[in-house]
Design a protein. Structure first.
Length: 240
């Protein structure tokens, strides 16, 4: 069996004495998109933070590319990049400057083809090229999400972790973002997607996990989950 690019086994994490994740296990195979869906408060964002080393883990193991995960910086340098829920852009810097920050790890490794990387991102998001001199803080919500995703792609990640990419966006922009994710998945990029929009997440991903109260409640191929009676009743019945 091929070793997963990301393997999480019995992960426990939380905030102080409050444990949010109670032994979560999941895998992201290379070249696949895996979705983690569930309600508010289920622990999805906590999971992403714990995987990236931004939150302390109180138990379990996280392995990336066959090795234990060290510091956040080491994980990023080895090809895992997180696009956080709040996007974490530099509002007073231009679109292009924000994108260039995403190239920093590659620059430290001796790479210098930043202009080619910018062209690749602008080909995916032409709107960013139109606004390359504009301050990030003046962008619309959808454009900010494009910029956050574009900045992550500047690092040419092996694993892209996305925390609620559709949050607060209009339906038309959500469809555009998920189209881009499907295209990225088709290139062989591995993606771990945390998303409240269950219908969209299951449509675009290969495999899904339902996280409830800090535990995996259901898992399976995304097409199978989309037809699961419990998932349909709880998550898809009220979705547009």
């Amino acid at each position: 069996m091929t070793t997963p690019l990301l393997h999480i086994d019995g992960l426990r994490a939380g905030y102080g004495k409050v444990e949010v994740l109670h032994g979560v296990s999941l895998s992201v195979p290379e070249g696949r998109m895996v979705a983690i869906v569930g309600p508010n408060g289920a622990g999805k964002t906590t999971l992403m933070g714990a995987v990236m080393g931004l939150l302390p883990r109180s138990g379990g193991e996280v392995r990336y590319n066959g090795s234990g995960v060290g510091t956040t910086e080491a994980l990023v340098a080895s090809g895992a990049v997180l696009v956080p829920e709040r996007r974490a852009l530099f509002a007073d810097m231009s679109v292009e400057d924000n994108l260039q920050l995403g190239f920093y790890v590659r620059h430290r490794a001796g790479e210098r083809d930043i202009q080619q990387s910018l062209r690749e991102v602008f080909a995916i998001f032409p709107r960013l090229q139109e606004r390359r001199r504009q301050l990030a803080g003046t962008l619309s919500g959808g454009e900010r999400q494009m910029l956050a995703l574009g900045r992550a792609l500047m690092a040419r990640p092996k694993l892209l972790l996305l925390d609620e990419p559709s949050l607060g966006l209009a339906p038309l922009i959500v469809r555009e973002i998920f189209r881009v994710l499907a295209d990225l998945r088709a290139t062989g990029l591995s993606i771990l997607l945390v998303e409240q929009n269950v219908r969209a997440a299951l449509q675009v991903s290969d495999y899904g996990y339902v996280l409830e109260m800090g535990e995996i409640a259901i898992e399976g191929p995304s097409a199978q989950l989309a037809g699961d009676a419990r998932v349909v009743e709880t998550y898809l019945g009220l979705k547009r």
